[in-house]
Design a protein around this ligand. Structure first.
Ligand SMILES: [Zn+2]
Length: 270
């Protein structure tokens, strides 16, 4: 059987038969692929513990008829800090879900690979309340890499720019279907568009244009972060024609702690 090496991030696992697992990998060299980890659920397996979700590993794979088979795995970074914490691992699972949804099979994407390692690294050392901004940033970078960055500096229909006055009370909206902002005159073009204050759209735009999550944190309240996360989620769900599962898990985990978002966006956005 021909073998090949790959550097991979484990996105998820599922059980296969008695002792095996199917592992969804995001490899640097070949993009996303699914491979079998045979015997991994047996305690004596040399793969056991080396292919946990979010692990960064160097692998040796053997080509198989249907699925390739993971022959060896060596951990580069286990991201133990991510897995040790329920909320961090929920955010990491969101990252994995975004990558899994966003990338086609066997379509390599170096930039997304680097971004994914970066965000896992950040999650591993972030305080809990910084996890949301790191993942929000990641989701926007991912959308940009895949060619569907939302347009938030101007109306996507008529090109009118956001009002410069901070706190302007104009009735702007965000349209997941149009991939960006709609001005008060154009928002009727999409009945599903979510009402968003121009100030929040400006913050959204700032976030898109900011290179790292650190510098964005200071400008946003937790409520704004929650609202923006919701808009980005709607934008991606529309693109992928799929509901994302991880945000719901995160919401349930965080609910006892705080209530991110005003709830206004959620109510109008179904
Ligand atoms: Zn317009």
């Amino acid at each position: 059987m021909p073998v090949y090496k790959a550097e991979a991030i484990v996105l998820r696992q599922q059980a296969l038969g008695e002792a095996d697992r199917i592992v969804t990998l995001f490899t640097r060299e070949y993009g996303k692929l699914r491979a079998a980890a045979k015997g991994i659920r047996r305690p004596a397996s040399r793969l056991a513990g080396r292919l946990e979700p979010f692990t960064h590993a160097r692998l040796l794979l053997a080509r198989g008829r249907t699925l390739d088979v993971i022959a060896q795995a060596e951990i580069v970074e286990a991201f133990a800090g991510v897995r040790a914490d329920l909320i961090r691992s929920a955010y990491a699972a969101y990252v994995a879900e975004l990558v899994d949804r966003g990338l086609a099979d066997r379509d390599p994407h170096q930039e997304v690979f680097a971004l994914t390692l970066d965000v896992l690294e950040t999650l591993g050392r972030s305080r809990e309340d910084d996890a949301d901004i790191a993942v929000l940033h990641f989701a926007l970078r991912l959308a940009g890499c895949l060619g569907y960055q939302p347009e938030t500096a101007m109306c996507v229909e008529c090109g009118r720019r956001l009002p410069r006055v901070r706190g302007a009370a104009e009735a702007w909206a965000f349209s997941p279907a149009r991939g960006g902002a709609l001005c008060p005159a154009c928002r009727r073009e999409d009945a599903e568009a979510v009402p968003v204050p121009p100030g929040l759209l400006a913050t959204f735009d700032h976030l898109i244009r900011t290179p790292g999550p650190e510098s964005s944190r200071l400008r946003m309240t937790p409520v704004q972060r929650g609202d923006l996360a919701r808009l980005v989620q709607l934008h991606l769900e529309h693109r992928w024609e799929a509901r994302l599962r991880a945000p719901l898990v995160i919401k349930r985990l965080r609910e006892p702690l705080e209530s991110p978002g005003t709830g206004d966006l959620t109510a109008t956005a179904k």
